[in-house]
Structures are given as C-alpha cells and as structure tokens.
Design a protein around this ligand. Structure first.
Ligand code: AMP
Ligand code: GLY
Length: 423
C-alpha cells in the first residue's frame, strides 16, 4: 500500500521510518518532507497552509492512507476534506482539533467535563481582563487563544506584568496576529509529562509516556523552544498513574467529545503537570508531539499502519501495542542562536558514520546534492536501549560524529530521571 505523510519535521521523519517498516507498505510519500526523509520516501512539494495545495497532492498521488503530522492542516480541516472524498486519513476533524487550536475552547471543555486543569478565565477585552485579574495570584500564566507554536504563553510575576502581557497579545505584539481571546491561568508547579494516546472516536489506547525538555539551556534554563529532547522509560509515571490518567482524563475527554458530536480520532496528546494535587492538564494537542514521537516510535514493535487504521475504522477497543523494554532518548541538535535567529544552509557531515542511533531530521534539506541545515531544530538523534544511561550514551556517541557549524545540544536530557535514581 502507498502511504502519504503531510509535514516536514522530525516527527514526520520518525513516522515515515515507522511506516516504512510495515511489510504492508510498498511506498511512502512525504509532502513536503525534508532532506532526511528523501532517503526513505519520495518527496512532493506542497503548502501546508493551503488545503487546495494538499488536496492536489492527494489527487495526484492517490494514496491508500494519509497521515497528517502538524496541527495547522488539521485546524484548516484537511481531514474533513479528505474524508468527504473517501480518502482514508489519520487525524482529527477540524472541530475535534479545536482541543488544540483554541485554548479557550479546551479550558471550557475541561471545566464542563470535570477534567483537572489549572483555574482560568477567558477575556476578550481590557475591561474583562481588569476584572478577572483580581482573582489570580502571581505568578499568572497568560496565553493567546489560537495556535502559536509555543510562543503564545507568558508567565508573569505580578498582576501588572500579566495586564501588560495580555494587552500585548490583544495588540498582536508577540504573535503574527492579534489574539481575540486571552486565557489567564493559575500557575501550576510540578513535573511535566507528555501523555499521548491514540483514539478512534470512542476507545483510547495510550502510547508510552515521554518527558520533553522545552528550555534551550542545561538545567532547564533560558528561552522556551519547540523541544530540545525527550526520554521515555518505565517509571516515568508512577505505578497506577497511567490508569488514573486514562480513567480520569483521557477516556472522559474522548467520551465528552463524542457526546458533543465531535468524535476525536487521531492522537490526543495530553500535556500533563504532575502536581501535589495530582495530574492536571496543561494543554491538549491534536497530533503527535515533536520530539516525543521520535523517542516513542523507536520503542514501538507493533505495526504502526495497523494501529493507525484501527483508529480510522473505530477498532481500537482491546488493541494491544508491543514496546521494546528499557528506555529511549531523542536529543535535538539545533542551530547556533535558536530559538532566536540563526543561519541556514550550513553543510552537515558525519551522518554516514552513525551506527548507534537513528537520526531523524527536523530542519535539513538537500542543496546542490549536499545536505544542509534549514531550521532551528536540525536533527533528532534517537536511540533505544536497556537503560536510559545507555540510550543517552548512544546519542552522545552519535552526536560526536556529526558536524555542522555552531551545532548545539543539551547534554542533560533525562536529568530528572537520573536525579531520582540518586535518591
Ligand atoms: P502550553 O502551550 O499551554 O502547553 O504551554 C507551554 C508551556 O508553558 C508548558 O509546556 C508549560 O511549561 C508552561 N505552562 C503552560 N501553562 C502553565 C501553567 N498553568 N502553569 C505552569 N506552567 C505552564
Ligand atoms: N514537544 C511539544 C509539542 O510537540 O508540542
């Protein structure tokens, strides 16, 4: 069968790699893809901002299965359009993807359905903001309503700062467009865990939990990024916690979406904060995480195509996934300057010497027959092993062989797990 994947990041490279392993798959096409995927898939240009452009690719390629990677095409309704044309497509509809594309929708949804989340208020103008801010104690989290690629969240140390930040979001200061709604939130303290599940509209199947490292600097310091590295291992969530999250968060979310006539099919990514009051939802995403997917898929032993099709067909009930035991790590190698401005077009060398890890490309392209950097996050060096230490060592050995000008990566991915070991 022929599988088409929309997207161009490390997540899509990992998906293409996993899909390619299925004995049922004869061809993988990525649109638009990146320099790394070129080795395992055929690349076709497309504009992920444009539904007609993506429909044209599907029309020309006639794939048996389409997988939508990023949030933007989901929020534009690509799944609705393809499903209406009879194309088997993995991902939520535009309405269901609102769990990610509107924070105001997601927060109200959680409140109505008793899903644990931070106390919040939705404001649409300065007067409301003024009134609501009195109910919050600093630090106060201020978020823009729409998709913001991680740039729409501001953590403020005083009400005055929160007021300024919210006005800035209304005025379009931090993002491309002015925010129509701003969400104020109580600041939660705890450890973050990415809890990804597959859903078929009715049933939920958890993947292995992962921990992302969002800050650019060692020890979780400096600016927020798209994610600098992820690990997975047994014990990341305490015994019983996975069951609790499934029964009190994941399944009720899917049940309530179905009851509201927005059945959710696809990946429900639950961003959790494990607080002293128990796990609480920081955010929902309606797609695979990046770089969570890289670290999760290197441990998946089941055929990914079978389970994605079970989601589409509503056959997830009773489905079991097989995982390799142990742990996995993905370390992101980024361009100097990221998440600020950085140079592109720098030659990448040494990849052919890497044997101990999978290198998933995030921001690379082929230029005059040479692989060069083309983004802030460039490579996701990923390994699974019996222990977290061994997986991390493999990533570091591999990274020692790879070069591009200004290559930067965090050396402390998984540090929370290591510091727990010592106690
Ligand atoms: P979000 O896009 O909503 O996940 O927010 C991005 C990041 O901001 C999260 O991964 C957290 O690190 C942080 N964050 C968001 N909401 C809160 C909150 N209520 N309390 C503490 N940190 C938060
Ligand atoms: N790793 C964070 C995200 O995919 O949203």
């Amino acid at each position: 069968m022929k599988v088409l994947i929309f997207g161009s990041g490390g997540r899509e490279h990992a998906l293409a790699w996993a899909v390619k392993k299925s004995p049922r798959v004869t061809e993988v096409v990525c649109a638009p893809g990146n320099g790394g995927m070129a080795g395992i898939a055929r690349l076709v240009p497309t504009d992920l901002h444009s539904v007609p452009s993506m429909l044209a690719v599907v029309e020309a390629e006639k794939p048996d299965l389409v997988i939508v990677g990023p949030e933007l095409p989901l929020s534009l309704g690509i799944v609705d359009e393809l499903t209406a044309r009879g194309v088997r497509t993995f991902g939520p509809t535009r309405a269901a993807a609102m769990l990610e594309s509107s924070k105001a929708f997601a927060k109200r949804f959680m409140q109505l359905n008793n899903i644990p989340t931070a106390a919040f208020a939705v404001c649409t103008n300065e007067a409301e903001l003024h009134k609501m801010l009195h109910h919050f104690h600093p630090p106060i989290v201020v978020k823009a309503d729409g998709l913001a690629a991680g740039k729409g969240v501001l953590i403020c140390d005083s009400r005055e700062e929160a007021h300024e930040a919210a006005l800035g979001l209304f005025a379009g200061k931090y993002l491309d467009a002015p925010a129509e709604q701003v969400v104020l939130e109580e600041f939660l303290v705890g450890e973050e865990v990415s809890f990804l599940c597959l859903a078929d509209g009715k049933n939920v199947l958890p993947l292995i939990p992962a921990q992302d490292h969002k800050r650019i600097g060692e020890g979780d310091t400096g600016l927020n990024t798209g994610g600098m590295g992820v690990y997975t291992m047994k014990g990341l969530l305490e015994e019983g916690m996975t069951e609790w999250v499934l029964h009190h968060i994941a399944q009720p979310t899917i049940d309530a979406m179905a009851a509201d006539d927005m059945p959710f099919k696809g990946v429900l990514y639950i961003g959790l904060m494990i607080t002293a009051r128990g796990p609480m939802v920081l955010e929902y995403n309606a797609r695979f995480g990046d770089p969570e997917t890289q670290a999760i898929l290197v441990r998946l032993e089941s055929d990914i195509v079978d389970v994605l099709e079970a989601c589409i067909d509503g056959h997830l009930g009773g489905y079991q996934l097989e995982w390799s035991p142990g742990a996995s790590v993905c370390v992101i190698a980024s361009s100097a300057g990221y998440p600020g401005s950085y140079k592109s077009g720098l030659p990448i060398t040494g990849l052919e010497k890497v044997k101990e890890a999978q290198v998933f490309h995030s921001g690379t392209k082929m230029q005059d027959g040479e692989l060069v950097t083309s983004g802030g996050r460039v490579l996701g060096v990923t390994a699974a092993a019996a222990t977290l230490r061994e997986a991390l060592n493999r990533c570091h050995t591999a990274l020692g062989k790879i070069h591009f000008d200004g290559i930067y990566y965090r050396h402390d991915i998984g540090h929370r797990a290591f510091s727990k070991e010592k106690h």
